[in-house]
Design a protein around this ligand. Structure first.
Ligand SMILES: Nc1ncnc2c1ncn2[C@@H]1O[C@H](COP(=O)(O)OP(=O)(O)OP(=O)(O)O)[C@@H](O)[C@H]1O
Ligand SMILES: [Mg+2]
Length: 237
């Protein structure tokens, strides 16, 4: 089932409201990147709320490494982890995946790990520990799809070093704000000539499965309370 996410900005310029959809079974894992303040967390919250609304048995794990106020509405919920606790979040999610892989758990409802600031998390771990965490994430990215196990990562830069060669498994790539030449080269290589330098907060480009390239606008959240309510539902159910 398609999940409606953002607005096609090119159509908007002709006053046409075309909504860009995400098909999780075709593009299971998403990465959202851009400079600080470009709107990554805002866009991802919208994504998580829409997942919760449209897939009523989906379960979300939120790891918020930065730990500021963005996810404070989830405080005290069982699948919300902040700062140092993020390692527990990744571990619990990974065990859930392994239970499905081993056959112990036959459920196949959609489970999602959302990790905000994965790169900063890795940078602040001892090298050996960081490698272990990256290995887990790479396994989830490579093997998760058929078990309905999904990853959504938001961070400022998307260097391959954070993903142990599994970076190509992000089949939904969202770049917000004006990206550096290096970032464009890393993830939008074939489309970089079409990328304009006029991106504002909450606007950017989305690439699905390396082929569908769309100029997007992240819609404004009208009812923040409602959005938080839906995210919370998926983090607790
Ligand atoms: N599409 C949007 N519409 C309206 N406001 C937005 C939009 N996107 C972002 N904002 C606002 O811009 C500010 C920065 O957004 P956000 O926190 O999502 O950025 P970020 O990329 O996650 O930054 P950081 O890397 O520092 O965490 C927030 O106050 C947010 O409310
Ligand atoms: Mg953020």
């Amino acid at each position: 089932m398609g999940i409606q996410l953002f607005l096609n900005e090119q159509y908007l310029s002709y006053q046409i409201r075309q909504i860009v959809e995400w098909l999780p079974e075709k593009a299971p894992h998403a990465v959202i990147f851009g400079a600080t303040g470009s709107g990554k967390t805002y866009a991802t919250k919208l994504m998580l709320g829409r997942i919760s609304l449209h897939i009523s048995n989906s379960q979300i794990y939120v790891c918020d490494y930065k730990g500021d106020d963005d996810f404070s509405f989830l405080s005290g919920t069982s699948r919300f982890y902040r700062f140092h606790d993020c390692s527990k979040g990744l571990d619990n999610f990974f065990k859930r995946f392994q239970d499905r892989q081993s056959g112990l758990d036959t459920s196949r409802n959609m489970i999602i790990l959302y990790f905000d600031e994965w790169a900063s998390y890795c940078n602040n771990l001892e090298k050996k520990v960081a490698e272990e965490e990256k290995r887990k994430l790479a396994t989830l990215l490579m093997l998760g799809r058929s078990f309905h196990v999904h990853i959504i990562i938001a961070q400022q830069r998307v260097d391959a070093v954070y993903f142990n060669s599994a970076r190509d498994n992000f089949n939904l790539v969202i770049g917000l704000g004006n990206l550096s030449q290096e970032s464009k080269d890393m993830l939008f290589h074939e489309f970089k000539d079409q990328m304009k330098p006029d991106r504002k907060q909450g606007t950017g480009y989305m690439l699905t499965n390396g082929t569908d390239f769309t100029q997007i606008q992240v819609p404004t959240i009208n009812d923040k309370e409602k959005l938080h309510k839906y995210i919370k539902m998926a983090v607790t159910r």
